[in-house]
Design a protein around this ligand. Sequence first.
Ligand code: AMP
Length: 396
Amino acid sequence: MMKKSIKDISVSGKRVIVRCDFNVPLNEEGEITDDIRITSALPTIKYLIEQNAAVILMSHLGRPKGKADPKFSLRPVADRLSSLLDQEIIFKSADQVVNDEIKEISANLQPKQIMLLENVRFRKEETENDPKFSKELADLADIFVNDAFGTAHRSHSSTTGIAEFIPAVSGFLIEKEIEFLGNAIENPERPLLAIMGGAKVGDKIPVIENLLDKVDSLIIGGGMSYTFLKAQGYEVGLSIVDEEKIEMAKSLMDKAIKKGVTLLLPVDILAAKEFSNDAEASVFDIKDFPKDWMGLDIGDKTVELFKNEIMKARTIIWNGPVGVFEMPKFSKGTRSIANALAESDAVTIIGGGDSAAAVRQFGLSEKMTHISTGGGASLEYLEGKTLPGVAVLQDR
Ligand code: AMP
């Protein structure tokens, strides 16, 4: 279902409240260490300003647990926004997020002015999706714009509740996410390949289940592959295995066969005696995996096998690293996959979280078609779930 975006409505002279994802990483001194989430929000904000809207921004930051906590104030974000936009950002650190002063400022906010509200999670009503807080937010503005894909899978006052009271449309970020993720899943150029990695099998099983109905081939690598390899009867030594998911892994592999989906698992593994970058490491064929080693990356034969499949695909969705890429010694597999995607002419979609971090770490972001800004949200989308923060937006 196509959703309306800010381009589909008139915002001129209106007060527009935008839910952004300004949940940026801060260091001990409270300084922003990576502002990609702020820079990503700029196109929507700039467009609204060009269109003569008065703009009110809101976001959460960290987990202040429903109480005002200066550690999680959005003030550093206000400062960074101000320097990026070269414009004053009105910011009052209100413990209640909305108070009389904020109401008064918003009532008098002029076209092209920008106000940033304090961290919406200073109010416990936010995550409870309490209509009282939703209405307080809605009363500040005429139109609601959701542009926080990272929290689109949550029903909170600032992501869904507010849409009960004022018209809701998407910003450019969410519009782009739905377009790329949606097309990749529902209307891809084939063959469609999904590459799943990472450690938490439990989180990804529902995704694999859903993807098996859509993809032509599926690669499983990383920590989660050992549960599948063990389900096939291989020794995997001390590698991480989710014992409770072994039966499920078996039935997913059966489903792949029934659906005619090519499913590839690692054939060789870079293993170590302990979980450390300094550990002795060696490559083993999966048929000869020793009992007292743990798999931490894929081996070269597997890289070749996976690359071959990548080169055949026209659309590729990648979620999760194929090794412990944070440790240089075990990052080669993930780097090779990232390089193969970068070289491919296919549409390449990177699910958020660790694979996005890996692609950035390798300096390959520009080479990908789309990097999702939301880890949890993109996984739920790939699972086939409706995201509440998208569902509340007006249909086109
Ligand atoms: P997830 O949150 O499920 O996407 O898992 C991401 C994490 O999986 C990353 O921090 C990787 O270091 C980790 N990971 C990838 N491969 C392995 C492996 N073979 N053993 C243990 N952890 C892994």
